[in-house]
Design a protein around this ligand. Structure first.
Ligand SMILES: NC(=O)c1ccc[n+]([C@@H]2O[C@H](COP(=O)([O-])OP(=O)(O)OC[C@H]3O[C@@H](n4cnc5c(N)ncnc54)[C@H](OP(=O)(O)O)[C@@H]3O)[C@@H](O)[C@H]2O)c1
Length: 336
């Protein structure tokens, strides 16, 4: 089959190409073979392309082919698939450990989802990774309390946009978010953020949080930034609040940090990663999504924002856009 490979195994965005000599995935056990119509890009794909992905991946990663989320059409079913759940020709979408930058992928039937007719292949391909991550940040790990004040960093990122909308669906009181351009600030407000703080314009989120919460702080912080925001995150955290660390986009080291404020305010520091989670956990997240979030997407109460759609023949350009932080929402590639 054809799939995206990287010249010499790893390298810059320009080293990616459509390789027509990648072996077809084999349908076995409870796996389902899907003909991919579209896939979503994620930051981890950049690390994988550069061969510096920091975590050990489970075995079923389809070799080195990048890509964890896709939409498409069922082509074949393994011998252990339960009867009646999926059929050849069904529209589907799902999350895999790798292999979605391709014409075909196999996925356990437990992780596959029917794609509702209201959702296009392009939108569907950009849903699983960010919404599953946001489910962890807001619910499974973040345990958002009722009427919570919430701070979500990188609000215009794929994960940030999903987290803002899930916080709103969960009945959050005030949603604070950071973003790097006026356009991104407008976008996050349209998704439900009450305060969009443009950090590149010199606005300080800790000051806004303190002012708008009468100094109490927020009950949940979803952090994707790390080093640059750590001190101000701790300052912005309310008593008995949680900080859920999802990513460390500005770095991971915190020199001379005083732990006292964490103890004084009984702040819970939580972390989570999705891709390296065991299949059983991922199935739990998927079931939470299907039951609680997918209906809101179908009814258009919430949405996935598609930043730009490329043909997969433009994969280099698509990666460069993400690397330059130009995207606001999901970058999608169609497989044609
Ligand atoms: N733990 C997990 O399970 C998990 C799952 C999915 C993703 N992630 C991670 O979450 C992060 C976001 O992923 P995504 O796909 O949502 O990203 P994305 O849509 O590509 O958006 C990332 C945005 O973050 C902002 N940003 C980047 N570097 C920054 C910095 N140093 N300081 C402040 N803001 C910065 C930029 O927006 P501005 O212009 O607004 O600055 C950038 O556009 C990635 O690091 C990804 O690996 C983790």
């Amino acid at each position: 089959m054809r799939a995206i490979s990287v010249k010499d195994g790893h390298g810059p965005a320009s080293a990616m190409f459509i390789d027509d000599s990648v072996p077809d995935p084999v349908v076995r056990n409870d796996r389902i073979l899907v003909h991919i119509k579209a896939f979503g890009l994620n930051r981890m794909d950049i690390w994988q392309r550069r061969a510096n992905y920091p975590y050990k991946l489970p075995e079923e990663t389809h070799g080195n082919v990048m890509g964890v989320e896709f939409s498409g059409i069922v082509l074949d079913l393994g011998p252990e698939c339960s009867s009646g759940t999926f059929h050849v020709g069904d529209r589907v979408f799902g999350l895999v450990y790798g292999g979605a930058y391709a014409e075909k992928v196999t996925i356990s039937e437990k992780m596959l989802m029917p794609l509702p007719s209201e959702i296009s292949f392009e939108e569907g391909a950009g849903i699983p990774e960010t919404f599953f991550t946001a489910i962890q940040a807001i619910h499974l790990v973040g345990s958002i309390p009722p009427n919570a004040n919430v701070l979500i960093h990188a609000g215009a990122s794929g994960v940030g946009q999903s987290a803002i909308q899930l916080a709103q669906l969960a009945g959050a009181n005030k949603i604070f978010t950071t973003a790097g351009t006026p356009e991104k600030c407008e976008l996050v407000k349209s998704l439900g953020a009450d305060f969009a703080i443009n950090y590149r314009a010199g606005e300080d989120f800790a000051e806004v949080v303190a002012r708008e919460t009468d100094g109490k702080g927020v009950d949940l912080i979803v952090d994707l930034i790390g080093t640059d925001y750590w001190e101000r995150n701790v300052k912005s955290a309310a008593v008995d609040s949680r900080i859920v660390i999802i990513a460390l986009m500005s770095g991971s080291k915190i020199p001379d940090f005083d732990m006292r404020p964490l103890l004084t305010k009984r702040v819970w520091i939580c972390t989570t990663t999705l891709r390296v989670r065991q299949p059983k956990y991922q199935v739990k997240v998927k079931e939470f999504f299907v039951e609680n979030i997918l209906p809101a997407l179908v009814e258009r109460k919430i949405k996935t924002v598609v930043d730009r759609i490329y043909s997969w023949s433009q994969i280099g350009e698509a990666h460069e856009r993400m690397e330059a932080n130009q995207n606001a929402g999901k970058i999608i590639c169609t497989v044609d």
